[in-house]
Design a protein around this ligand. Structure first.
Ligand code: G3P
Length: 214
């Protein structure tokens, strides 16, 4: 499973990239706004650090505007992926981006039907938002299984990019259910390394190593 970070924080991106574990980056307007930086400038910097796909979302809600912004975003770097909302206008734009050879990430996916339509439109990635479904009392993880089954039924190559991940159980479960990629906040990524038995075991090894005759 490919691991993406859901952030525009350059320090976090560099830290994970240096570990050799970073496959890509996703951003959204809320993340970019939190960074306090100029949109195109921050995407350009991220795309120069990370080799994998970097998702940058269109702000326009009309077709012409989406195409214009998407073309501009895609021109920033070869690895920029244009993120488009999952509605009729968005999927029409995805179809056009696909015709032009521009990679897309269809975002704000909350149902398997939506995911099927995105794949038909030629989306490179589909982003189901698990945490937000959980928040409203629906099983977000079940959506991953449904999309996996639907895509496999028809051989769609659109990659399932599990998003809105809130904790390590989400990470494990999306991997078990066959997501191609997952995008995580840095805090959840850091949690994946933690286990109290690892810390205790290491402490004991260090202690015992003091009596080793080198
Ligand atoms: O980038 C999209 C998604 O990961 C947002 O997550 O936590 O705002 O629901 P969240």
């Amino acid at each position: 499973m490919n691991i993406f970070l859901d952030t525009a924080n350059i320090d976090e991106i560099k830290k994970v990239n240096e570990l050799g574990l970073l496959d890509g980056i996703t951003t959204n307007p809320s993340i970019i706004s939190k960074s306090g930086r100029k949109f195109t400038e921050v995407i350009k910097e991220i795309a120069s650090i990370v080799e994998g796909p970097v998702s940058a979302e269109v702000i326009a809600t009309d077709y012409e505007g989406m195409i214009k912004e998407g073309v501009e975003l895609a021109a920033i770097a070869d690895n920029v992926v244009v993120k488009v909302p999952l509605n009729m206008v968005g999927l029409k734009a995805v179809n056009e981006f696909t015709n032009r050879g521009i990679a897309t990430n269809v975002t704000l996916c909350f149902s398997a039907n939506q995911a099927l339509l995105a794949a038909k439109a030629g989306a490179t990635f589909i982003s189901p938002f698990l945490g937000r479904l959980d928040d409203v009392g629906q099983d977000g993880l079940e959506l991953i299984s449904e999309i996996r089954e639907m895509y496999d039924n028809y051989g769609y190559e659109t990659e399932i990019l599990a998003a809105s991940i809130r904790h390590p159980i989400h990470f494990k479960e999306v991997a078990l259910r066959g997501a191609d990629c997952v995008t995580l906040p840095y805090s959840v990524f850091a949690q994946l390394f933690q286990h109290p038995l690892t810390d205790l075991g290491l402490q004991k090894f260090i202690e015992d190593s003091k009596s080793i005759n080198w």
